[in-house]
Structures are given as C-alpha cells and as structure tokens.
Write a new protein. Structure first.
Lengths: 288, 157
C-alpha cells in the first residue's frame, strides 16, 4: 500500500539542506537497522530521507589533530579503518563487537547516536573521549555541540562526529557483556583510556554503558587504579570499587544483583585489553 | 511508485511500495525465494543478500534504500540448477541439513570471500556470527568456507 510518506535519497548535502528547508516534516534514516524491528512504526507523513548516499556524510579523516567521522559512515568502516584503530582502539573494538556483519554494513555512527539506546556500543567510547557532534539545522545552519547535548527529534541532523585529539591517549579499550559472544545487545559495556608512565596507570578514564539511560563515568574506579601498577592486589581493589559503582548507579533495579558481580569480569577484560594482554594472563587469574 | 533496481545483474523496473521490506519484494514479487524471512529483526541472518558486494539483511532494508545499489541474492551467484563451488563445498562438508538458513550463510560467506581469500577460522566465525543454524552445527560450515577460500586462493580467483 502506498503511503503519504515520500522516500528520498539525496546524493549531496545541498540536496539534503533544501529538503530540510521544505514545508513537510523530514525523517532521517541512516542504516535503518533499528527502524524495522518489531514494535516500531514508520512515520505516516512527510519525507523520509535515506542518508546513505550523501557523499559528504561518509568517511573517516584521521589526518588532523582531531578525528572527524561523517555521520553516515558505517560501523563496518569504523571496524576496518587502520588509522582509527591506531588512534582510538576503543572505538574500533566497539565497532567490531556491534551487532553482526550484516548490521555493521548498514548501521552508522550517526544513527547509533541519534537512536539513543542505553545499550549502544559506540556511545560509551564517544562519551569517554568527549566527542562533539556537527549538526545541521533547518535552513542549513551548521553548529557543533557536545555529545550529551544532542536532543533527538528536534529536526537537526548529525553530519559528523568529532573525536578531540587531546582526549586520544596512547591506550584505549572497550569490553562488553551480552547474552552470547557475538550479535548480542550489551547488558553491560565499558570503555577506558589511559597512559602508562613507569608501568603505572596514569590519566585513567572509564565510562560504563547500559548502567542507566546515559553513559556513566566511573570516577571511583579510576581513582582505584590511578598511579597503581598492574598487579593482583590493584585489580582486586579495582573490582571491589566497580561493584560499589553499580550499587550507586542502579540500587533496587532487578539487574543490580548480577551487574554488581558481572562488572568485575567486564572490568578485568577491559584492563586486559587496555594493557594488550589476554584476560587469561596469570595477573588476572590471580586477582579473582 | 515505479522503482528501478539492479538485481542479480539485471535491471528491474517494477511498481512497488518503496517503504516495504526488500525481503518481501524479492520473495513475493520477484519470486527469489532463496532468501528467507526468518525473524524479520536482523537476528537470524536467513534473509542475507549482498548489497554492493557486502552482506546485509534484506528484512531490515526498505525497498527504496536499494535504489541504484547492486543487489545479489543466492540465485544470482550461479546458474539455475547448478551448484556454485561454494555451495558444492557446503554439500561436500555436510554443512547443510534442513537448509533453511543455508542461503543466508552462503551469502555471508560469499561476502567474506570477496573481501579476503585467506580468512582464519576466527575470521570465518566472526563473519558468520549473524547467521543462526539450529540443526547442522557450525563446525562443518566453517570447514566448508575454509575449503572454498583455499580453493579460490589456489585457483588465483
């Protein structure tokens, strides 16, 4: 059945801007991987705009101090980009664990942000590095806002995600826990960035996802490892603090009891990746 | 709305609802029933097709999103009635049982083999993680894909 919703696939930003300036409501679809799942309905009127052909919205630029990623860049492209992996391993790792190959080939970084799912895989990493969003408003006005200031359904279009170069420390990592290893929604995920000075954790920052509606900075867990060496005692203290972070974040929630235990394992996986070690390394086994 | 799509090497012009699922259009309008609509949520992978050479879910794609894209279904990999080499590897390895999931897995495997001819077992498993088989088990499927990769490598494909 034909509907009053008109589909459009513009090939450039100018065409997109003129659509946004028109009188009809504009709905954006990037990969669309979350649009057609059960329980969601397409809008009934206006214009539905497929962003996947807009050339200016696609691509990863690592050549400058900051990393600029076009909003319609697919998750598969994030996973495969060597330059991105070298400067922000956490984002490449999160991309590689996002959905399946089929999902990653369609889903986009802008869609992941706009969708606003609490269990999104990329968002904790973007929050960790203080990502900024380039947004195009109706009338073609361009602005830049902090990730946390984005409000979906206000008519603005995310055109790019910017990772500030000053936040990209030498090491970063992502780890997640789901119902199975692959193609799984995060029940809990974590991202971290740090540097090592004389074998000690420095400038450690940790963000958890799926532990509330928004990514949560784990300040106490960071303090537990700051300045410490990688050893079983440090890790045991770190795990204890992680549980208290969950106690503070989701007291009384049905998932509280298991997440306060599960975060210990995810935390060890995260630190192992951050250090380039296997989670089966004796230092982690001894910490348990 | 009249849509122009490129499917299995042919240009198809057809009246269709541009906002319908591509999987529905391929199966019910064009009769390309190799792909299956299993879960319609992007979980099972039975509807996997190649879009510009990359595996995607036909069930999560609106028809108009396929405009000007090169769509390949399992029927487009070879000639009717003749197994492709990849399909023959599946049959030879015992990687097919009920067969419901097989076309989707074949398309995911084809997508992988178009990007690399030297995948490790881990890379094969990663590439097939979006396809669920409930009867064969995955060992034989991984062996079939590895065998086809080796064959193509040897043949210099």
């Amino acid at each position: 059945m034909l509907t009053a919703l008109a589909p459009v696939r513009p090939s450039n930003l100018a065409g997109l801007a003129s659509l946004m300036a028109g009188p009809r409501p504009v709905h954006f679809i990037a990969g669309g991987t979350d649009l057609l799942v059960s329980g969601r309905r397409l809008p009934e009127t206006g214009v539905i705009v497929d962003l996947s052909a807009v050339a200016e919205l696609i691509g990863i630029d690592c050549s400058g101090a900051d990393i600029r990623i076009g909003s319609a860049t697919t998750v598969a492209s994030l996973e495969a980009h060597a330059g991105l992996a070298a400067r922000c391993a956490a984002l490449a790792q999160a991309a590689a664990e996002c959905g399946s190959v089929q999902i990653r080939n369609r889903a986009t970084i802008g869609g992941n942000v706009a969708n606003g799912a609490a269990a999104a895989d990329l968002i904790p990493v973007l929050a960790l590095v203080g990502a900024r969003l380039e947004v195009m408003l109706r009338g073609g006005v361009r602005t830049e806002i902090a990730l946390g200031d984005f409000q979906p359904k206000t008519g603005g279009l995310i055109t790019a995600v910017v990772l500030p170069g000053r936040a990209l420390l030498p090491r970063s990592a992502f780890a997640k826990l789901g119902a199975r290893r692959d193609l799984t929604i995060s029940r809990l995920n974590m991202a971290a960035t740090a540097e090592f000075v004389e074998s000690r954790f420095r400038a450690l920052q940790i963000v958890a996802g799926a532990l509330g509606p928004r990514p949560l900075r784990l300040n106490r867990a960071e303090e537990a490892l700051e300045g410490r060496t990688l050893d079983p005692d440090s890790l045991r203290g770190f795990m204890q603090v992680l549980s208290t972070e969950v106690d503070a974040a989701i007291p009384g929630r049905a998932s509280h009891a298991w997440k306060r235990r599960a975060i210990r394992g995810v935390g060890l996986d995260l630190i192992a990746r951050l250090c380039g070690l296997s989670p089966r390394d004796p230092v982690f086994e001894e910490a348990l | 709305m009249k849509l122009t799509l490129r499917i299995n090497g042919s240009v198809v012009e057809q009246d269709a609802d541009p906002l319908a699922r591509l999987s529905e259009f391929l199966r019910q309008v064009l009769g390309l029933t190799g792909l299956k609509e299993g879960c319609c949520e992007g979980e099972c992978g039975a509807c996997t097709i190649l879009m510009d050479g990359a595996p995607v879910h036909a069930c999560l794609t609106l028809i108009f999103q396929a405009h000007e894209r090169e769509i390949t279904t399992v029927e487009g990999l070879g000639d009717a009635g003749v197994l492709t080499d990849l399909q023959a590897q599946f049959a030879g390895a015992g990687a097919v049982q009920c067969g419901y999931c097989t076309p989707g897995i074949i398309m995911s495997a084809e997508g992988l083999l178009r990007s690399t001819l030297t995948p490790s077992d881990e890379e094969i498993r990663h590439a097939l993680a979006g396809n669920i088989c409930r009867c064969t088990g995955f060992e034989t499927i991984v062996r079939a894909v590895a065998a086809e990769a080796a064959r193509r490598c040897e043949a210099g494909c």
